[in-house]
Ligand binder design. Structure first.
Ligand code: AHG
Ligand code: MN
Ligand code: MN
Length: 336
């Protein structure tokens, strides 16, 4: 039972038994993500000081201070998950190929693979706007004891055993699901501990916020254009409010709390949209469904899509159930 103000560490231990595969491996995995999140958080918070630190750090021959934050975040998450021998494979938005994690003493005995967008919304770093990290966890399908293969990563979203995100915002939060609802933990930076602040998070069934990059309007499919016009019409509880941060994690987080829809449709310039199925859409879809929301490519459930490549992109409509269903109605009616 989730108790407010419980620490994330306590919550993980208490809920370990309720998870259907109770080897403790998944708990260790979430623990490592918690640790890496704290390290990355520390660095993200210093982003505005980068020039100052860089100048002071010129004596550092490693040049580590100058590293771009998305590369830094990528390295930290990969290091944490490999050093502690937690997973058998990692795929990252920042890496061309997946990484086979060799466990020295057990020889590929780990069961889980992790897929990660280490820094989401990275263009917001320079302007002190919230960014995030997104992660997604699957059980491998190839036999334990052998190196992981591409097929371990190309599983449908419906096979996820855990997913979550960290939002480095006005406060830093870790929000995740293991298939039993969604819980949010807020970091107390003074002591470096995450506390359960948002138990059992749920999307309101209806919402009044739509989040889309309207600068691309001219390139959107007719169904999306009509839906945007519908959001802007004066009728009932409309017009809705438009809010777009440009960092999926932050837009999703706000919409889950307040009620809303996030859209990254295909356009005449990008036939599959921009967002990545494996690192962004599937984990967010799992969280959305666990929070009573919905995630679709405009026509079908995101988590039913069979991935064919690691860096695959897909149109994304996600948020309050009734809003996503309304958008789907428009997509269907005006499908080209
Ligand atoms: P990333 O920083 O990991 O590449 O992801 C950015 C994504 C997503 O977070 C955001 O919603 C979207 O790109 C913004 O794209 P536009 O600038 O095209 O609106
Ligand atoms: Mn991203
Ligand atoms: Mn990214």
């Amino acid at each position: 039972m989730a108790k407010k103000n419980q620490t994330l560490g306590e919550f993980i231990i208490e809920n370990q038994a309720s998870f259907k595969y109770t080897s403790g491996e998944l708990s260790r995995l979430i623990n490592s993500i918690r640790l890496a999140a704290k390290v990355v958080n520390h660095e993200v918070n210093k982003a505005g000081l980068v020039d100052i630190i860089g100048a002071a750090g010129e004596t550092n021959i490693q040049g580590e201070d100058q590293q771009k934050l998305d590369v830094y975040a990528n390295d930290k998450f990969i290091q944490t998950l490999t050093n502690r021998n937690i997973v058998c494979g990692i795929a990252s938005e920042e890496e061309d190929d997946f990484i086979i994690v060799n466990s020295q003493d057990e020889n590929h005995q780990n069961k889980y693979v992790v897929l990660i967008d280490p820094l989401d919304g990275s263009s917001n770093i320079d302007v002190n706007v919230s960014v995030g990290t997104i992660f997604s966890v699957y059980r491998r399908i190839t036999p334990v004891g052998t190196p992981v293969k591409l097929e371990d990563f190309l599983q449908k979203g419906s096979e996820q055993v855990a997913a979550g995100y960290v939002v480095y915002g006005t406060s830093t939060m870790l929000v995740y699901t293991t298939g039993d609802g969604v819980n949010g933990f807020t970091l107390n930076p003074a002591i470096g501990t995450f506390y359960l602040s948002h138990p059992n998070m749920q999307f309101p069934e209806d919402g009044k916020i739509y989040s889309v990059n309207e600068g691309n309007y001219i390139h959107f499919p007719i169904g999306v254009k009509k839906y945007i016009k519908y959001c802007q019409e004066e009728e009932g509880d409309r017009p809705y409010t438009s809010r777009y941060i440009g960092s999926l994690v932050s837009d999703f987080h706000r919409n889950m709390i307040k009620g809303g829809i996030y859209m990254y449709p295909k356009s005449s310039k990008n036939s599959n949209g921009k967002l990545r199925l494996l690192y962004e859409c599937n984990p967010m879809a799992f969280l959305a469904e666990q929070a009573k929301g919905k995630a679709s490519d405009g026509f079908n459930r995101i988590m039913d899509v069979q991935p064919t490549e690691l860096h695959q992109r897909i149109p994304f409509f996600c948020g309050s159930k009734n809003m996503v269903e309304k958008a789907e109605e428009f997509m269907k009616e005006y499908s080209e």
